[in-house]
Design a protein around this ligand. Structure first.
Ligand code: NAP
Ligand code: GDD
Length: 350
């Protein structure tokens, strides 16, 4: 049987690392694009590293950047993947206000560069684009595949472009190109500047006596937070359908940052969150997305995808992991949930 080849942009990110684990277990040959950095930037995939001198290795890393057209063209033509999972992006909404041009170059034009490379290659490559619930912005919840977009940040504007250019290349050139409109998904590998991880990490540091306070922005924003490994399965399923389409992936529940704080501080045994939290206006955004709640009924019906982990369980999983990272003893309810709900889990517990 022919071994399937996947190319992942953003392989060093939260989602890229889980997807690599998932595809390697599905016997794929996995190629990932990594950026040159002055320090190692592969910590999320180091446990998957394979010595290039050994026979039979199935994970290959290539230097590249989404802003470099020639590099992207060359990699697509050299690797000839069956599937491309395009996850690479400047993914921080607040940072996109500071670096709008770079964000658009990477997130919008980066997507176009890959689609052009696929088109020009003439190869029957399937393409998954990581679109985002941020595209809905101001549109009233619940948001599904038919909800109008009303982007509220340079990041979201760039993702709206990436969404439409993906659809266009599907319609104009017959490319199997799909958008996954994923709502926020988190976990122990989440970048430490996103709010959930910032909180779980700070709580562990407060417990360990390293820090006393956490500085945050808007506590009233509400998000539909799910558990990242489950969302990776949806990405894979989207590319295994008979026809290329776009899908919303979400839990259907929404909670405020304040509720996350309440749940997390309580679970960590620190009691009320108020004494530990200060508001720092630096973390406010020039325009905010107030409420996101996904309606993922299409994914449930057509992909058979449904999330097992909901808000309270997610909080516990993240706190347990950050406690463990600092050598603290977690209560373990999060770990227990993972063992019960995923007896055959494919990802490593961090
Ligand atoms: P992440 O952890 O921030 O990872 C982003 C990845 O993109 C990293 O591997 C990063 O490389 C890479 N990257 C950034 N700029 C690049 C460039 N110019 N050229 C090549 N690679 C570049 O993001 P994530 O949470 O895994 O999200 C994956 C994708 O889904 C992103 O496109 C994000 O916008 C989208 N998304 C995420 C969520 C969510 O809740 N997580 C929801 C909806 C959509 P370095 O490691 O070198 O920085
Ligand atoms: N990051 C951050 N830091 N956010 C804060 C803070 C803080 O100190 N304080 C409050 N927030 C609020 C933000 O204003 C926002 O309303 C909410 O917490 C969530 O912020 P993030 O965790 O940064 O995520 P996001 O929703 O802006 O974006 C994430 O989800 C999108 C999908 O909806 C990212 O992963 C995007 O890449 C993704 O597309």
């Amino acid at each position: 049987m022919k071994i399937k080849k996947a190319l992942i942009t953003g392989i060093t990110g939260q989602d890229g690392s889980y997807l690599t684990e998932f595809l390697l277990l599905k016997s794929y040959e996995v190629h990932g694009i990594i950026r040159r950095a002055s320090t190692f930037n592969t910590s999320r995939i180091d446990h998957l590293y394979q010595d290039p001198h050994l026979n039979g290795m199935r994970l290959f890393l290539h230097y590249g950047d989404l802003t470099d057209t020639g590099n992207i063209e060359r990699l697509v033509n050299q690797i000839k993947p069956d599937e491309i999972y395009h996850l690479g992006a400047q993914s921080h909404v607040r940072v996109s206000f500071d670096m709008p041009e770079y964000t658009v170059n990477t997130d919008a034009l980066g997507t176009l560069r890959i689609l052009e490379a696929i088109k020009n290659s003439g190869l029957p490559i399937k393409f998954y684009n990581a679109a985002s619930s941020e595209m809905f912005g101001f549109s009233l919840p619940p948001q599904n595949e038919n909800t109008p977009f009303h982007p509220r940040s340079p990041y979201a504007c760039a993702k709206v472009f990436s969404y439409y250019i993906t659809r266009l290349y599907r319609e104009a050139y017959g490319i199997f190109a799909c958008n996954g409109i994923l709502f926020n998904h988190e976990g122990p590998r989440r970048g430490p500047t996103f709010v959930t991880r910032k909180i779980s990490r700070a709580i562990a540091r407060i417990k360990a006596g390293i820090e006393k306070k956490i500085y945050l922005g808007n506590l009233d924003a509400k998000r539909d937070w799910g558990y990242a490994p489950e969302y990776i399965e949806a990405m894979y399923l989207i590319l295994q359908q008979e026809n290329p389409e776009d899908y919303v992936v979400a839990t259907g529940e929404s909670h405020s940052v304040k509720e996350f704080l309440e749940e997390a501080f309580k679970y960590a045994g620190l009691g009320d969150w108020q004494p530990y939290v200060e508001i720092d206006p630096r973390y406010f955004r020039p325009a905010e997305v107030e409420v996101l709640i996904g309606d993922a009924s299409k994914s449930k019906k057509e992909l058979g995808w449904e999330p097992k982990i909901k808000f309270q369980e997610l909080v516990k999983i993240m706190i347990d992991a950050d406690f463990r990272k600092l050598g603290l003893n977690p209560s373990g309810e999060g770990d227990k949930t993972l063992k019960e709900k995923f007896p055959n889990k494919w990802w490593k517990i961090d």
